[in-house]
Design a protein around this ligand. Structure first.
Ligand code: S3P
Length: 172
């Protein structure tokens, strides 16, 4: 079994922030599936969606999942919000932690962040709260199903969530 920490959850839940905090705490390397795809394509996610379409992006996600499950160990991998929906066998990549929150929790974070405009602009599937909420609801079941651990993150600090994950990782 791979020793990676895999972070899944909806857009804006804080996977990247948590991943970097975990990296700092542990000295592990933090990888991000969106970053890897941007490097592979030498283009931003937004442009990849626009130029090649969502299906192309999802194929890249699958490629990253396969590569990571074969080649990556001892890392923290934060994933795009759709990654666990489209990529097969993400449990082969490592221990999967689902950062669970309500849609209101997501909205609060996305709309009230100081860099809110930038956060929304780079996410082609977060066009408006209504469509994002539909997407959110359609994914809940799969997130739960693909997770080894579900962490309710609302009202928890990044540090608290990191400690929960590290405790779980230390158990095995
Ligand atoms: C997506 C989430 C994004 C990014 C892409 C598609 C999704 O990642 O992968 O815009 O389908 O939910 P974040 O969850 O980091 O925003």
């Amino acid at each position: 079994m791979k020793n990676n920490i895999i972070l899944i959850g909806f857009m804006g839940v804080g996977k990247g922030t948590l991943s970097r905090a975990l990296a700092k705490k542990t000295g592990m390397i933090a990888l991000d599936t969106d970053d890897m795809i941007e490097s592979m394509e030498n283009e931003k996610i937004k442009t990849i969606f626009k130029k090649h379409g969502e299906k192309y992006f999802r194929n890249r996600e699958n490629q990253v999942a396969l590569w990571a499950s074969k080649n990556v160990n001892n890392a923290i991998i934060s994933t795009g919000g759709g990654f666990p929906i489209y990529a097969e066998d993400i449990q082969k990549m490592g221990k999967v932690f689902y950062l669970k929150t309500s849609f209101d929790g997501i909205l609060k974070k996305m709309l009230h962040a100081p860099n809110s405009k930038k956060k929304l602009k780079k996410r082609p599937l977060f066009k408006n709260p209504e469509s994002a909420k539909k997407l959110f609801n359609s994914r809940l079941e799969t997130y739960e199903k693909k997770a080894d651990y579900v962490i309710e993150v609302e009202n928890k600090t990044t540090d608290e969530i990191a400690e929960i994950i590290l405790k779980e990782m230390a158990k095995k």
